[in-house]
Design a protein around this ligand. Structure first.
Ligand SMILES: [Zn+2]
Length: 84
C-alpha cells in the first residue's frame, strides 16, 4: 500500500495492529488488534473501509443481542469541573 499521511505528508506508513475505540452516541466498544496503517512521523492511524464495516457490524450485532460480549470493563467518568 502506498499512500502518504494526509496530515503531515510523510510517506512512511507502517502496518500495525492497534486498539480501536468505537463510539456510538454514549456507547463504546473497545476492539483489540485492529489492523491499520500508522504514520511513522505523526502517529495518525488509517483504517480501511472493510475494517470499519466489520466493526460497525460488530456494534449492530452486540446492540441487537446477536452476539455475546467477550468481556467488559468498568470505566470511570468524571467532569473536569468537579476536580479542577
Ligand atoms: Zn503523519
Amino acid at each position: 500500500m502506498n499512500k502518504s499521511c494526509i496530515f503531515c505528508g510523510n510517506k512512511n506508513l507502517t502496518e500495525k495492529k492497534v486498539q480501536y475505540i468505537y463510539k456510538h452516541n454514549t456507547e463504546y466498544i473497545i476492539v483489540n488488534d485492529v489492523p491499520c496503517l500508522e504514520c511513522d512521523f505523526c502517529g495518525e492511524q488509517y483504517f480501511n473501509g472493510d475494517t470499519m464495516e466489520k466493526i460497525e457490524k460488530l456494534y449492530h450485532d452486540i446492540s441487537n443481542n446477536k452476539r455475546n460480549i467477550q468481556r467488559k470493563i468498568e470505566v470511570p467518568i468524571e467532569d473536569y469541573s468537579a476536580f479542577s
